[in-house]
Design a protein around this ligand. Structure first.
Ligand SMILES: [Zn+2]
Length: 339
């Protein structure tokens, strides 16, 4: 769960969490921001992205607290941060997702944090997920929390703040994030989810957009795997195409057609240029290569046209009929030489 891509923009963050963002900006403006912040809330609502935003806000040399997102994006500090080479930005995470953060790592982190800032601004450390620290690591961290030098900020990120040592928790200012407003979440999610209504995923994820996206992609992978298995079994004559076509819901047709389009395009490349050619479905390379030399190139092009016609159809098609017809046609793609 800790491998969620950093796919949120600062604008998303500012829109999703207006109150925490405002409170943080006011605290920085009033020089009231504590040295240690604990960012918590359920997984998938943008804690990681908010911690990055806060770090950038603290490091930016030309911050404008009255203009969201607050950092300029252009100063030396902002540029170094985007390049991942800011000397005063110190992230700490487990070596592998799901592993713990040990005492040595925390000591090294604490030691780097108290060095003098190289860019003459603040220094910011992010510990994520903070609940991955072992007890010894947490005790070592307490030292860094006790008397941090001025201009040193520590951001702890946690899905499970209750797992942190109470002594660590009590030394942090707590920022509790909640899932964003449903319409904002939908706005962000909808363009990235093409199978089924996005609200469904959002409901399953209890309003956490990143988690909803993760669920949608997982389901999509499973869907693609099953579809490919059935399609490959039919290709060039094999299983009964109508049986293999299985049952699909109306909302699944666009993804299904996109999958077929990309597999057939690969089969065309393969048939035309041979097994050395680069395929876009590289994970299916071996399975696709099994059909090398067995399919008719002209029939493949004709098939691709059928798939694209269905995808571009101005009227709603009967999903089941389209899939069955495409599977029946696929079973007839064998090369004329073999027939
Ligand atoms: Zn800047």
């Amino acid at each position: 769960m800790h491998t969620m891509p950093d796919q949120l923009s600062s604008n998303d963050i500012v829109a999703w969490h207006p109150r925490p963002v405002q409170r943080i900006a006011q605290a920085i403006g009033g020089k009231r921001l504590g040295h240690a912040q604990l960012l918590c809330g359920v997984p998938g609502i943008g804690k990681r992205a908010l911690s990055r935003w806060l770090a950038q806000l603290l490091l930016c040399e030309q911050r404008r607290l009255d203009v969201p997102p607050g950092f300029c994006g252009e100063c030396k500090s902002c540029l170094l941060l985007s390049a991942g080479t800011h000397p005063d930005f110190i992230p700490l995470a487990p070596e592998e997702a799901g592993k713990t953060i040990g005492v040595e790592a925390v000591r090294a982190f604490g030691a780097r944090l108290v060095l003098t800032a190289q860019l003459a601004g603040n220094r910011v450390g992010i510990l994520d997920p903070a609940d991955a620290m072992t007890i010894n690591a947490a005790n070592a961290l307490l030292k860094s929390l006790e008397e941090p030098p001025a201009g040193t900020y520590l951001i702890l990120v946690s899905d499970f703040p209750a797992r942190l040592l109470p002594t660590v928790r009590s030394r942090c200012q707590r920022i509790e994030l909640r899932p964003p407003a449903n319409e904002l979440a939908l706005q962000w999610l909808a363009p990235q989810v093409d199978d089924g209504p996005p609200q469904r995923w959002l409901d399953v994820a209890r309003g956490a957009p990143l988690r909803a996206l993760e669920y949608a992609h997982q389901e999509r992978r499973a869907f693609r795997d099953t579809l490919f298995e059935n399609f490959a079994a039919v290709l060039g004559g094999g299983s009964d195409p109508v049986c293999a076509a299985g049952e699909y819901a109306r909302g699944q047709l666009p993804v299904l057609l996109a999958c077929l389009d990309s597999w057939i395009s690969d089969l065309i490349r393969l048939t035309a240029a041979g097994p050395e050619v680069a395929l876009s479905n590289s994970d299916l390379g071996e399975a696709l290569c099994r059909h090398y030399g067995k399919l008719d190139l002209h029939a493949l092009f004709g098939y691709l046209d059928k798939v694209r016609d269905a995808a571009a159809s101005p009227v709603a098609l009967n999903t089941q009929l389209v899939v069955e017809e495409l599977f029946i046609c696929a079973s007839r793609l064998g090369s004329t030489a073999e027939r």
